[in-house]
Design a protein around this ligand. Structure first.
Ligand code: SF4
Length: 461
């Protein structure tokens, strides 16, 4: 039920936005996630600037959206369309507004982390994804602007009424008598939250009573929230405020791969409303979540080779490390198989993993212990074609040599993984006349905990 718009509150907010805009010459960076709160925010800012005399529109407003590369396909398509419309309208009206998308570096993407390095899929207690995929890229954009302008103001669509913890965090950051808050980690950045006093009803009242200046239909946005109890996954660019926000991904606005939430609201809502083609994605996400704690698929040591124990007494066992290489091969194979099953009716070029990510994963595996060079092999087997693999280093050993080595390792009870690690070090030093450091590296590998865990008291694999 939509009530009448509280005109006075909207006018006051627009006035406040104009006052803060005119206060200084610091550029604004506005986070836009495609959700209701950031849509209200951007719409208010757009209208506030539009209503100002031309000579006072003196500073830039950057509207940034995050593309984690694993966004729910329909949401990222809608964000792309909206950013384009905002940009076109701003150019037409001569407003100093620029839209940008920020992406994680390929090395830090979801698939590079999980398939490339073996990170376990994220959980609430080990939520490595938000920093790597959202906050770091947004912060990089902000730092670039700080380098250029000296200081910036980040404008966020966060609201006090979303959670008491968040309201408290925002209160703690507020400088008395000022509308700007200090950023918790970025120096020379301030935070401005013009809709922090809005409640949910205010948000919808504004969106459904006030036409979108760039021609979007806010009723479509409203429909996205029907049957969806979760919040949104805002592009939050302040760590403290992020921590107070609880689970991200608990809505239609998260990543389609999100394993932080138990029920997949991002995809299921769309499937229920008829987007059947997304079902293979939902099935894959479910599988990814299920295999997370499968001991067979995880190393029993950390990435640095150290080991740790969990549990007590008879229950005491080795803690889990990253996904094994074999597990990662399976994750990649199933992902590509899923890609083959997905036919996106809106975008025939839609892909679940980018070519850059595949190439990066290949490099990581080759640097690790994948002597079989499995990425091109898996890709060819599943997709029935080859990519232009640039990193064409000749395989270290022929297949039969690898088999012989495996046989020897078996016979002498030596870990093949250990041999591969040592050979990789040797390979990295080949060609150097002075090979200083080689033996220290051998030593480091040979001293890693996992090689000696049989000797650790109470060890149980
Ligand atoms: S939606 Fe889920 S996977 Fe994506 S960044 Fe948020 S918590 Fe991580």
């Amino acid at each position: 039920m939509i009530n009448l718009l509280n005109n006075q509150m909207i006018e006051d907010t627009i006035q406040n936005i104009q006052n803060v805009y005119m206060m200084d010459s610091l550029p604004w960076v506005v986070g836009y996630s495609g959700g209701k709160d950031s849509t209200v925010l951007v719409q208010l800012i757009f209208n506030a600037i539009l209503k100002m005399p031309e000579q006072k529109r003196h500073k830039k407003v950057y509207i940034i959206s995050s593309d984690t590369l694993v966004e729910t396909p329909l949401i990222i398509a809608s964000i792309n369309k909206t950013l384009m419309r905002i940009q076109e309208k701003a150019l037409e009206l001569d407003l100093p507004i620029e839209t940008h998308k920020v992406r994680p570096e390929i090395e830090k993407s979801f698939w590079s982390s999980i398939i490339g390095k073996g990170y376990p899929s994220p959980r609430q207690k080990f939520r490595w994804c938000t920093d790597r995929m959202k906050i770091d890229p947004a912060n990089k954009f902000i730092k670039d602007k700080v380098d250029h302008f000296g200081e910036v103001i980040m404008v966020l669509g966060v609201r006090d009424s979303e959670s008491a913890t968040r309201a408290q965090v925002m209160e703690n950051h507020t400088i008395e008598g000022k509308v700007l808050m200090r950023h918790s980690t970025l120096s020379n950045a301030y935070v401005y939250a013009p809709i922090r006093h809005f409640d949910l009803e205010d948000v919808w009242n504004y969106l459904l009573n006030e036409e979108s200046p760039w021609g979007n239909d806010n009723y479509e946005l409203h429909a996205l929230y029907q049957n969806s109890t979760g919040g949104e996954c805002p592009l939050i660019v302040d760590k403290d405020i992020k921590e107070s926000a609880g689970s991200c991904g608990n809505s239609r606005f998260g990543c389609w791969t999100c394993t932080v939430v138990t029920e997949d609201k991002a995809l299921n809502g769309f499937i229920e409303s008829g987007e059947e083609w997304l079902r293979p994605l939902a099935e894959y996400r479910k599988w990814l979540s299920e295999i997370r704690d499968n001991r067979e698929m995880r190393e029993k040591r950390r990435m640095n080779g150290s080991i740790y124990f969990v549990g007590q007494g008879d229950e005491r066992e080795l803690g889990l490390g990253p996904f094994t290489l074999e597990a990662r091969k399976e994750i990649l194979r199933k992902l590509l198989e899923t890609q083959r099953r997905v036919v996106n009716p809106y975008d025939s070029d839609y892909e679940l993993i980018t070519i850059e990510e595949l190439k990066h994963i290949r490099k990581l595996w080759l640097d690790e212990e994948d002597w079989h060079d499995s990425v091109p092999m898996i890709y060819r087997e599943v997709m029935g074609r080859d990519l232009d693999w640039e990193y064409n280093e000749r395989a270290l050993f022929e297949e039969d040599q690898i088999t012989d080595l495996e046989f020897l390792c078996d016979e002498h009870q030596v870990s093949m993984q250990l041999i591969k690690k040592l050979v990789n070090v040797e390979k990295n030093y080949s060609g150097y006349r002075v090979r200083r450091g080689l033996f220290q590296e051998f030593d480091k590998i040979l001293k890693q905990d996992w090689l000696h865990y049989g000797k650790v008291e109470g060890y149980k694999e």
